[in-house]
Ligand binder design. Structure first.
Ligand code: PBG
Length: 345
């Protein structure tokens, strides 16, 4: 039917032709729930969390209100509480002491390092919780880049992969359920898969940050880890925000190399990419609702400019609707609390 005909139907009262009334299916809450196409479930959410050295502390991240750096015991208690709330998966990011950082990020594969100790402790305390470990150099390097840097400031691909492989294997040895390379070096998924298999970790999964963009939305996260690059930017390895075909190329490579789940990051400014990746692959698609996306909603809510709970649910639903099966989000705990008290909405 042409749009001209539709207009006619609605305006010409004498017309005997059918008037289409989509509003019929919107007239009650029960009916709206019945025809709802996308539903948000806690099973789809992964909660990124920050762990730091020390004891008995939790320190709020100023650009991410409601998110904290936890010392290990406090983190364990929080994870146990989150599990009761219905959150089954966490993504772990470490705050590394300056004294442990070096040019090559060698602390990242220390079997007694902060990540390795924390994974072991979580697996002992709350074994049901799925632990995802970030496989990237930036929290561990003095310069804050995700790779080894030569004297001209060039990020070296293949030498970086050698470190990433050691890091992934040491995380698996500590009990990580899933390693998540977030660095964007070429060929790292394949190298990690081969090394995990050769070390007997055939069931440790790879969540690949496949289409990761060089984004200004990562600012608050870099505050949290104190990991902002000391020079230059990440544009020689992370993707150009203007590109979409390249995202499919990156996804295709990671799948060929053995990724179990592919990810698009950030989420909100890249909903079109999420949809294209979803249409391209049968693998589960993850999206990372990153720190800057979180901070914007928090800031507006603190000013009383938006209804925070509703905006959170609308935002996460839009990421799912775009095609994400899984969402990494700092809102996970709030969503769990909202869903547990949905009469508040
Ligand atoms: C780095 C990494 C980053 C994030 C996750 N892993 C930042 C970066 O690439 O500089 C960002 C997450 C967020 O902003 O929430 N490997």
């Amino acid at each position: 039917m042409s749009s001209e005909n539709l207009t006619e139907n609605h305006t010409d009262k004498s017309a005997t032709t059918l008037i289409h009334r989509p509003r019929r299916l919107r007239c009650s809450a029960t009916l709206r729930r019945m025809v709802q196409e996308t539903t948000l479930s806690l099973d789809d959410l992964i909660y990124p969390m920050f762990v730091m050295e020390g004891e008995g502390q939790k320190v709020e991240i100023s650009s991410m209100p409601g998110c904290y750096r936890y010392t290990m015991e406090v983190l364990l208690q929080e994870i146990a509480f989150l599990y009761q709330l219905g959150i089954g998966a966490v993504a772990l990011f470490p705050v590394i002491l300056e004294t442990k950082k070096d040019d090559t990020g060698s602390e990242s594969y220390n079997p007694e390092g902060l990540v390795q100790r924390t994974v072991k402790a979580i697996k002992q305390a709350v074994p049901e919780v799925l632990v995802i470990t970030d496989t990237a150099l930036d929290p561990f390097t003095t310069h804050g880049h995700d790779g080894i840097v030569d004297e001209n400031g060039v990020i070296l691909n293949d030498p970086t992969i050698e470190v990433l492989v050691k890091m992934a294997v040491s995380q698996a040895a500590a009990g990580s359920d899933m390693v998540a390379p977030s660095d964007m070096m070429d060929g790292r998924v394949g190298a990690i898969r081969r090394a995990l298999d050769a070390s007997g970790y055939i069931d440790v999964r790879i969540l690949a940050y496949s289409a990761k963009y060089a984004s200004a939305y990562y600012g608050p996260f870099r505050d949290a880890l104190d990991s902002a690059p000391k020079f230059g930017d990440k544009k020689t390895y992370q993707m150009d925000a203007a590109n979409s075909r390249e995202a499919i190329k990156e996804v295709a490579l990671d799948i060929a190399e053995g990724a179990d789940i592919v990810m698009v990051k950030p989420a909100l400014a890249y909903l079109d990419i999420i949809r294209q990746v979803k249409n391209y692959t049968n693998l589960p698609v993850a999206a990372y609702n990153v720190s800057g996306e979180y901070a914007m909603i928090k800031a507006a809510a603190q000013n009383g400019w938006i209804d925070e709970k509703k905006v959170i649910l609308e935002t996460l639903t839009s990421i799912k609707r775009a095609g994400a099966d899984l969402i990494l989000t700092y809102f996970a705990k709030e969503v769990a609390l909202i869903l547990a008290n949905s009469d508040l909405l």
